[in-house]
Design a protein around this ligand. Structure first.
Ligand SMILES: *Cc1c(COP(=O)(O)O)cnc(C)c1O
Length: 452
């Protein structure tokens, strides 16, 4: 292989090492984005040397990226990057496997098969449940709901693949008013309109209030959450799954970060009953810290999933072995299962449990410290995250502004039951008690500052 290529890889390795070495001291959210202006250049007529391109890219990126692999990024609901995942992603890039078919890459077909089996065991799903490795939960939800829609129509003797949507019987879609926006996008893409949807009111914890649960039947698609994106809270999974199963409805669980509770003895009471769902979705790039991009769709009815997503083409040689493309909306794609496999092999069941438990412990510790500083904890800490506020929306926003500009840590704003809140989500393996103490002192200073 040519020397320039090898040099380039050495150089890039060094850049990556430097970045990781600096991660604890860099500004969590860059205070200045001036460097980004250097990107405003015309598309070059003549190209540049790879070495030069990467050097320039690294200069900009190292100075303007958000410190997400570090321990003090608590924004949205993201995920960290375990060293083993980082290394596995490097190999993934080096190998550049198109993972559509067994005929292309037997290695990645085998890995997906093994990951599917391991994850089903880890999360306690029903044996034989199918898993597809997609970009993230947005896509996982889309895949699962496509299977749900087609199956519900089929039960009514309506073949959607043949006949399309125009004369389709109505399917009722039932979900909580706190459902994640990506569920609504998936429903719209799949041809459902507002008139097909019933939104169930949630209680003070942001979970479905069972007394408003409508009557379900075999023409109903129910979508619930394992982990409210704001409060971290879980719908009453077991109870709602029982209702759905009895009625012959399809039930999907959006567990983008919360589904992982099932792998912890301390937390699994939240996810009790998940094996009763027809489908669920999660992210390996959030709680599992496997790195972007990796979502997973699980479907108890393998055929329903693959028939909803299958691409036909005379040139495609489907085989006896697993063809990964059957489980996703994509054909050519990155071999996402490599990092998932590496993380599961590295952590084992015990390590995954420790990771989850530590995220939850940190969330509790963080919340208690902030309460001592005078912040109001909106609802009890649930799983890995919590919401705080000041006496007024205005003060909450002021504190958040100071925290966001501090460079020490970063968290975001949200609205909870009509009021402004600060959401703190502990998602990274890299977080330590020291990180939290450092972050708390920023909050403490902020609250003093606004009271002056
Ligand atoms: C993050 C999240 C999603 C969307 O997942 P992506 O991986 O960003 O596509 C959906 N639902 C919930 C509850 C989430 O937290």
């Amino acid at each position: 292989m040519n020397e320039k290529y090898i040099d380039l890889l050495h150089q890039t390795t060094q850049y990556s090492i430097n970045y990781i070495k600096n991660i604890d001291t860099m500004e969590v959210f860059p205070k200045s984005l001036k460097e980004l202006n250097h990107l405003e250049q015309k598309l070059p007529q003549k190209g540049f040397e790879a070495k030069e391109v990467i050097q320039f890219l690294n200069h900009i990126g190292a100075n303007t990226t958000t410190a997400m692999p570090g321990g003090r990024y608590y924004g949205f609901v993201n995920g960290g990057l375990l060293p083993v995942a980082h290394a596995a992603q490097w190999l993934t890039d080096t190998w550049n496997q198109s993972s559509a078919l067994y005929a292309m890459s037997p290695f990645t077909s085998k890995l997906e098969e093994i990951c599917e089996m391991w994850l089903v065991e880890l999360l306690g799903l029903q044996q034989g449940t199918a898993a597809g490795f997609v970009t993230g939960s947005s896509n996982a939800i889309l895949c699962a709901l496509a299977a749900a829609r087609n199956t519900l129509y089929q039960k009514q003797g309506y073949d959607i693949i043949q006949k399309g949507m125009k004369n389709a019987p109505q399917i009722k879609v039932v979900f909580s008013e706190d459902i994640h926006s990506t569920v609504k996008s998936a429903l719209t893409i799949l041809g459902f309109g507002q008139e097909d949807m019933i939104m169930i009111p949630t209680n003070e914890y942001g979970i479905i209030d069972l007394k408003y649960m409508p009557t379900l039947d075999s023409k109903t698609l129910v979508i619930i959450q394992a982990g409210n994106v704001n409060g971290g809270t879980f719908d009453s999974i077991d109870e709602i799954c029982n209702l759905a199963n009895k009625a012959g409805a399809w039930i999907h669980i959006d567990g983008a970060f919360g589904l992982w509770a099932a792998a912890s003895k301390k937390q699994k009471h939240w996810t009790e009953g998940i094996e009763k769902a027809d489908s669920c979705s999660t992210d390996a790039h959030k709680t599992l810290n496997a790195g972007y991009d990796c979502g997973i769709v699980f479907c108890k009815h393998r055929k329903a999933l693959t028939s909803a997503l299958m691409t036909n083409g005379a040139y495609i040689p489907y085989g006896e072995q697993r063809d990964n493309m059957l489980y996703t909306t994509e054909m050519s794609r990155r071999a996402r299962s490599i990092a998932v496999w590496a993380v599961l092999k590295h952590l084992g069941k015990e390590g995954v449990e420790q990771l989850i438990d530590s995220l939850c412990d940190y969330a509790e510790y963080f919340a208690q410290k902030l309460v001592k500083c005078g912040f109001h904890l909106v609802i009890p800490v649930c799983f890995n995250q919590f919401l705080i506020q000041c006496d007024t929306d205005e003060n909450t926003k002021k504190v958040l502004q100071i925290v966001q500009n501090s460079g020490v840590c970063w968290c975001g704003e949200s609205i909870w039951k009509g009021k402004t809140v600060i959401r703190i989500s502990i998602c990274s393996h890299a977080t330590t008690y020291e990180d939290i103490d450092k972050s708390v002192s920023v909050f403490q200073k902020a609250i003093h500052q606004i009271k002056q």
